[in-house]
Design a protein around this ligand. Structure first.
Ligand SMILES: [Zn+2]
Ligand SMILES: [Zn+2]
Length: 218
């Protein structure tokens, strides 16, 4: 059965109509999760067992640190390092290198976010198939970033019936195509403005065209 628990949050993010709605939702879920980890969850034995075992990637360590809750973070890192010591200093160089690589790739928060995002994407596909209004809302999005377009299409292929799969892929493509057309037009006009023949013309919507293109492409 499709996950429906994210429906309200998804609709809120899609109603913002500002950038990739799935990025916005992801950032929101990540913020909540960071607050949870540095708050009540720090004392939960199950969560601690997992954070001790998995640790965090560079990005999430920095985000946790920026959360400003230093005591819970110090406690969590100390017990994680205790567990890490038991893995890193065993066996020959090859085994130790493997253990360092495992530690480098392992992140409790990345794992949680992947799980959440799978549910969110599944939920979006469900809403698309079930609600006419949501199909309209999806078509009104500014764009979907490359990562979320790929993951959204993959989820559509996996969960939607064949007929809806095609319509879904076409609807997502339509959103991105329109955005890219507009961006290209704005970039084109931006370039023309460097030509003396267009110097007196208005900049139209092109002044931040490069910034928008960089944001969209990166
Ligand atoms: Zn995105
Ligand atoms: Zn991570």
């Amino acid at each position: 059965m499709a996950e429906k628990i994210y429906s309200i949050k998804i609709k809120e993010a899609f109603n913002e109509r500002c950038g990739c709605p799935i990025c916005a939702l992801r950032n929101l879920l990540e913020k909540d999760e960071i607050e949870r980890i540095l708050g009540a969850a720090m004392m939960e034995p199950d969560t601690r067992k997992e954070t001790n075992r998995k640790g965090f990637c560079k990005t999430h360590l920095e985000k946790l640190f920026a959360g400003g809750n230093k005591l819970p973070m110090a406690l969590m890192l100390a017990t994680h390092m205790e567990e890490l010591e038991g893995k890193l200093f065993k066996g020959d160089g090859k085994k130790a290198a493997g253990a360092y690589n495992d530690a480098r790739r392992s992140c409790y928060l990345c794992g949680r976010m992947n799980l959440f995002m799978d549910r969110v994407l599944d939920n979006i596909c469900y809403l698309y198939a079930a609600e006419e209004d949501f199909r309209k809302l999806l078509a009104e999005q500014p764009y979907f970033c490359k990562t979320h377009t790929a993951r959204l299409l993959e989820m559509g292929e996996k969960t939607l019936p064949k007929k809806e799969r095609l319509a879904f892929a076409a609807a997502v493509a339509e959103v991105n195509k329109a955005y890219m057309e507009q961006l290209k037009e704005d970039l084109d006009w931006f370039c023309k403005k460097f030509d003396y023949r267009y110097a007196k013309e208005d900049w139209k919507n092109s002044k931040d065209a490069i910034e928008r293109a960089v944001k969209y492409l990166s």
